[in-house]
Design a protein around this ligand. Sequence first.
Ligand code: HEM
Ligand code: HEM
Length: 481
Amino acid sequence: MTTTPNTSITPADRIDWFQKITSPALEQKDKAMQVWLFSGVFWLTVMITIGVIEAVKLFYPEFLQGIPALAYGRLRAVHTNIGIFGFMSMGYLGAAFYMIPRLTRTPIFSETLGVLTAWGWNLNLLGGAIAIMLGFTKGKEYEELPFPFDMTIGLIEILIAGNLFSTVVLRRERQVYVSVWYVLLALIPFPIYYTLGNMRNFRGVEDAIINWFYSHNLFGIWLTALGLATLYYIVPKQANKPLVSHAISFLGFWTLAAFYPWNGGHHMIWGPVPNWVMAASVTASIAMFVPTFATMVNFGGTAFGTGDVIKRDVGYRFSLLAYASYVGTSLWGSGLAIMGLNAKYHFSSMTIAHVHLGFIGFGVAGLMAFIYYYLERGRKLQYSRSLAEWHFWLTAIGIVGYTVSMGVLGYLEGNAWFAGESVQSLLPLRYWYNVARAASGMLILVGQGLFLLNLWQTLTQPEALRSLALDELEVEERLAE
Ligand code: HEM
Ligand code: HEM
């Protein structure tokens, strides 16, 4: 006798299917965060490689000449866009998908949606990067991604925000920790300034003002908030002591949220913009000293007396490098917004030094800190200490090399131009500083290669090695008390 399989769907199956989508089965836990996080690592590697190629082209223009897709102008836009939307957005959203369920004691609202949005974001960005390399661009800084790739980012972000925000709303933990506040700050206003920046059709000066309102919020609210959320989450755990003050964290959070959105105008100081735009943005940029100081005191105080952890834990060292770079970038930025200084250094390489201290020092180091933390505490895996040490030192020396070479060059350029020297007369001077920048980038790239090797070996290591004394949940609970 043959039996026909019963293919009808029972109500119980339906509930099971619904639960699978809304609250993930145990084996699916952290699936979305892994796709986001490792995609971030992929884009980081590609963008650093492109950064080094660009850096070489700036002192040896014949390098890879004659291939339109690899022309400097196209590569630069690919470098910035996959840096911002690939490496930093995806990597730190990976950290957010890790932190939010732990801080709210609630599973991600939908892991499936988290995974789908990550793949959608990846494919869209790949398409956008190829389009730029083929010569399609909207032609404005940080808005180069052409339609429909630009709009797809906005739409997917709304789905990500819905997913993480729903998790926070359904939370089992009553307290909303400072990292959760920062993630919400990153997620909620994004569609407003992103759409305004990418879909609008303003003219002249208005267009520039909107462009910088969008771009600055992209660095200040989206990327910085996601980065700070991550540092606020991991630093107390790595240091194994609570933050110096939760009140100071909230002072830092609210002043950052209040002042940063006004900063956009500082990219147009002395430009043909209304006086009030300039005055408001310069004031807000100098007022940024308050949240910077709050972060400096809070992390500095927490790190005080943790010398033994600094020696032992490479991940923690990366966190402190990110913290120091964040404070350095922000103080430098407040200084660059002073009108007299901006008049000298706006067009110089000083801005490039500031940008890279922010993105490599704070952005790259912070994400690496999170990944080492995740491997050790989240996955209970032991990575190679010696490879991680090499990775740390190559990255740290590379950051110092990049920042000093471009910072000193910017200082010399600004002063010389201000004294009336022509741009051409300074070209020979630029040569060796550009070589030093490319060499520093190369060190960072080699460090990244060692990190990838370490990551691969760690994730594929045999079961027997997967032992770590510390149970992550115990630590979470101890710190939450
Ligand atoms: C208190 C915090 C900060 C302030 C007040 C600040 C201020 C400034 C100023 C005044 C400029 C314009 C320089 C010029 O063109 O004349 C600038 C450029 C820039 N900053 Fe910051 N900055 C801060 C933090 C950061 C951080 C943390 C990052 C990155 C993570 C960052 C990324 C950038 C970028 C990408 C540009 C260059 C934009 C361009 O011209 O293409 N800034 N910043
Ligand atoms: C080894 C690492 C890197 C190297 C060698 C490198 C190289 C470069 C070069 C050569 C430029 C053009 C600068 C110029 O016009 O003089 C540039 C611009 C830029 N890079 Fe990088 N980069 C690196 C890492 C990063 C990272 C991790 C980010 C993160 C998003 C980033 C974001 C940017 C941005 C936003 C600009 C435009 C800055 C502006 O116009 O003010 N870079 N980079």
